[in-house]
Design a protein around this ligand. Structure first.
Ligand code: SF4
Length: 373
């Protein structure tokens, strides 16, 4: 049981964005970074037998992994046997890296940069509490290209309070003008326990109506389509041949190991999550109890539901042959409501797949929650 895919969580940020529910701590303390990175190395040791000799993807996410020292990133990467064409992604906050640092990351082995641009309107970035402005996005993008990065993702958030259709079109157009290879677009989510939900309930922040959020998303998606981006997953768009291999592995139900506090792992029937606080994470690593030893075997019913959900997120849909091979039963016999949605024309069948057509992706949540068992 080995994996070709690794996620590494770096849980430090310069400032906490009020909408964010990722595990991240505000710190610029190099001593704290050092202690954390030492534990990443120790945790990687625990899993040595589970990493393949041909690692296909490594994803440094956060938090803000672009705050790392590039030499530290290099040391971590050297632990893994990556193939020559491995996809090594680093998430970059536009206000945390310049040309010199990005060049050092590329030389350390990074092959893909994912920039948290989020919007090309300064007022929206301020609403989101981001530490960067629009100019920082242009600067970091130019610096990344100059540093030799030929594979870039830009993130966009739609449905920000105060956003307008004209603003959504402007942000998406500005993003396309930069010509990244990949774009991820998300509708702003109000996660329980974040400052944004408190602001919402106290009336100090006004959420856009659901249909307006969807309209703004559709406008952004339309701009991307007109610029030659293929939508291959609900929130992800790429130029031909530039899909994210790391994300595709997750949606294809592949194995992966996550290192770091709060990181998730999935190996065959086992799924586990590291603690969401540093002290507990360090303790787990030091007592060598982190990892598959503490992983929970996922119930078959839950695995089937996950396969269905992940499959329908992809524009290509879920593969019925893969389902039968993994679970030994036809997907139609496990999910009784599938036929209902197929007969209604909400789901389409063909080429051994079942999929949601692009014009129905807005109903993904309601359809999937009705079908799962
Ligand atoms: S920079 Fe990213 S990880 Fe850090 S608080 Fe903001 S959204 Fe969250």
């Amino acid at each position: 049981m080995r994996t070709d895919h690794i996620y590494i969580h770096f849980p430090f940020c310069k400032k906490k964005c009020p909408y964010c529910d990722f595990f991240s701590l505000v710190s610029g303390n190099m001593k704290e970074y050092r202690e954390y990175i030492d534990h990443l190395h120790k945790e990687a040791d625990l899993y040595q037998g589970y990493f393949s000799d041909n690692i296909r993807t490594v994803y440094f996410g956060g938090g803000t992994p672009s705050l790392m020292d590039p030499d530290d990133l290099r040391e971590i990467l050297l632990r893994f046997k990556t193939g020559g064409d491995a996809e090594v992604t680093l998430e970059v906050n536009p206000a945390t890296a310049d040309y010199g640092k990005l060049k050092a990351f590329m030389e350390a082995g990074v092959t893909r940069l994912s920039v948290g641009s989020q919007s090309f309107i300064d007022a929206e970035l301020r609403t989101l509490g981001r530490i960067h402005g629009v100019n920082d996005i242009y600067e970091v993008y130019e610096a990344a290209r100059k540093a030799g990065c030929g594979n870039m993702n830009l993130d966009l958030i739609t449905g920000i309070p105060g956003s307008t259709p004209a603003g959504a079109l402007y942000s998406a157009s500005e993003l396309c003008r930069l010509e990244p290879e990949h774009v991820s677009v998300y509708i702003l989510t109000y996660y329980e326990g974040t400052p944004f939900t408190s602001l919402l309930s106290s009336g100090r922040l006004k959420k856009l109506e659901d249909d307006v959020e969807i309209e703004l998303f559709s406008l952004s998606a339309g701009v991307l389509a007109r610029h030659g981006f293929e939508r291959y997953e609900i929130s992800n768009f790429s130029k031909p041949g530039r899909r994210s291999a790391h994300n595709m592995n997750t949606w294809d139900f592949g194995n992966y190991i996550g290192l770091g506090a709060s990181a998730h792992s999935f190996l065959e029937k086992f799924r586990w999550e590291n603690p969401q606080d540093l002290a507990s994470y360090y303790k787990k690593v030091e007592t060598r109890s982190s990892g598959i030893i503490t992983g929970n075997e996922v119930q078959e019913k839950d695995l089937k539901n996950e396969f269905l959900m992940l499959g329908l997120r992809k524009i290509s849909g879920l593969n019925v042959n893969d389902y039968a091979k993994i679970f030994g039963t036809p997907v139609g016999s496990d999910f009784e409501k599938l036929d209902y949605y197929i007969n209604k024309g909400v789901l389409l069948c063909g080429n051994d797949t079942i999929r949601l057509p692009q014009n129905m992706l807005d109903v993904f949540n309601s359809v999937v929650s009705d079908i799962i068992i």
